[in-house]
Design a binder for this molecule. Structure first.
Ligand code: ADP
Length: 461
């Protein structure tokens, strides 16, 4: 059974039970109090008759005549002697005579079902004209009571139906409304599975309820998957494009070697050198691509407390020795932050190697704290980046000038990796550059350490 049917049935059955309990309660309470009222009325009537026919009141007419005056239109008055024989029975309807008679000296009232009809009967002891004590039996058919109850039954039944039918229809409509987005979600998922395309759910109303939110979340998830898929496709095509050049070079030199043999030492040296250079380039490219891919896939960082000043000094010292160039570090000591040690080192190496590649002068690193952040500025006085290229330099495989990058062995992945690392740390990376003047990369990393200390302070308060 579908959810919408289940909801509709559940709400209807629940409403039915509620109506049954409430209507049942109303019906039985009404029946009880009406019956009580009828019995009290009959008792009062019997009592007043017994008072009226008391022989000590000096009756002007006989008791029988008086009783005839009191007999109800739809009832009976009967006098029963102590041997259970009837002294007198007065009624306009002979069917009353079949009502059982019993002598009693106690005052009683009863509701009796006889021949499928309900009667209110009262027994009252009275002194008869011969001086004996007899029972006055006063009977009335409870017609009004019966008809009122049957009208009440019909009213309750009709009102219940009038409530239940629209309630069932409303339940069905509501459940269909609820289930519609789920159905649409399932259909979209099914269609995505079959076609392999990324589709969104159409969200009609902007009610911003839970179902709307579910639809929006689904659409956001699909958008994210689509972006990732596009990035992946782009990455694969960029990567294959980048790898094609060194592979073509290697292939053409190998073919040359095959054709001309190894006899010509000059050609042999040229080919081996070219193959070596290109394979080195390919190796570097592959390492960078792997780093980028793993950086994007694996967002988990091994965060620990590191001294960024110390790390910067150590990294720049090593590069100074390798490249034999001047790098100065200005740092407020110590700069303890929560970060991934290896990734921070990789970030600094990328920026410093770029500075070394694209300038011939001294490099400068300045570390400082600004509100909530640790700021790292890496500056060089090199060739700079043209203004129109600045917005693209963090894109993968983007190189300002293919020729100059190739000469310097660049792949266009370094800054993309740098941005991935900074993003993973929740920071920001920006660049300012002027051609033939120099370039400054600024990194803002959240001062997690300070935040932790502040939070700990709060906990201790
Ligand atoms: P590459 O490995 O080619 O250097 P990057 O992603 O590190 O790739 O840099 C992208 C482009 O940005 C490079 O092609 C280079 O032209 C330019 N660039 C990066 N850093 C600097 C810098 N410090 N000075 C001048 N140009 C730079």
């Amino acid at each position: 059974m579908s959810i919408s049917r289940r909801i509709a049935w559940f709400s209807t059955v629940w409403l039915f039970v509620l109506l049954l309990v409430i209507n049942g309660g109303v019906y039985f309470l009404f029946k009880y109090y009406t019956s009580e009222a009828e019995l009290q009325r009959v008792t009062a009537q019997a009592q007043s008759i017994s008072e009226a026919i008391r022989p000590d009141r000096g009756l002007s007419t006989g008791q029988t005549e008086l009783l005839t005056a009191y007999v109800p239109g739809d009832g009976m008055i009967r006098i029963i002697r102590n041997d259970n024989s009837e002294a007198i029975t007065i009624t306009k309807d002979p069917s009353f005579r079949s009502i059982p008679r019993n002598y009693t000296t106690a005052q009683q009232t009863e509701q009796m079902l006889h021949d499928n009809q309900t009667f209110a009967i009262a027994w009252f002891p009275v002194i008869w004209n011969d001086g004996s004590i007899v029972t006055l039996q006063y009977v009335e058919r409870m017609d009004t009571y019966e008809s009122t109850l049957s009208i009440l039954r019909i009213v309750l039944l009709i009102s219940s139906l009038l409530i239940m039918v629209p309630a069932f229809l409303a339940g069905r409509t509501l459940s269909q409304l609820l289930v519609k987005p789920i159905q649409s979600l399932t259909e979209t998922m099914e269609s995505i599975r079959k076609s392999g395309s990324f589709q969104r759910i159409h969200i009609e109303n902007k009610s911003n309820d839970e179902l709307d939110q579910m639809g929006h979340t689904f659409n956001k998830m699909i958008e994210m998957l689509e972006n990732n898929y596009e990035k992946q496709q782009q990455f694969v095509s960029d990567a294959s494009h980048e790898l094609r050049t060194p592979l073509t070079v290697i292939e053409s030199y190998s073919r040359m070697l095959k054709r001309w043999g190894m006899s010509d030492p000059d050609r042999l040296k040229e080919a081996v050198d070219a193959i070596y250079d290109e394979s080195q380039r390919m190796k570097g490219l592959t390492i960078q691509m792997l780093s980028l891919a793993s950086g994007e896939l694996d967002q988990s960082l091994e965060l620990k407390e590191i001294d960024l000043s110390l790390l910067t000094k150590e990294t720049s010292k090593k590069l100074k020795q390798v490249y034999e160039r001047e790098i100065t570090v200005e740092a407020c000591e110590p700069t303890i932050i929560l970060a991934d040690d290896a990734k921070m080192k990789q970030l600094l190496v990328i920026l410093l190697e770029n500075g070394l590649k694209y300038s011939s002068d001294e490099l400068r690193i300045i570390l400082s704290r600004v509100e909530g952040y640790v700021k790292v500025e890496v500056s060089d006085r090199g060739i700079g980046i043209p203004n129109q290229d600045i917005p693209h330099i963090f894109e993968r495989f983007f190189r300002v000038d293919q020729a100059r990058s190739r000469k310097t062995g660049g792949s266009g992945l370094g800054l993309a990796i740098a941005k991935t690392i900074v993003d993973a740390h929740g920071g920001k990376i920006t660049v300012k550059s002027q051609e033939q003047v120099g370039t400054t990369f600024t990194i803002l990393l959240p001062d997690l350490q300070r935040k932790v200390i502040r939070d700990e302070g709060k906990d201790n308060e």
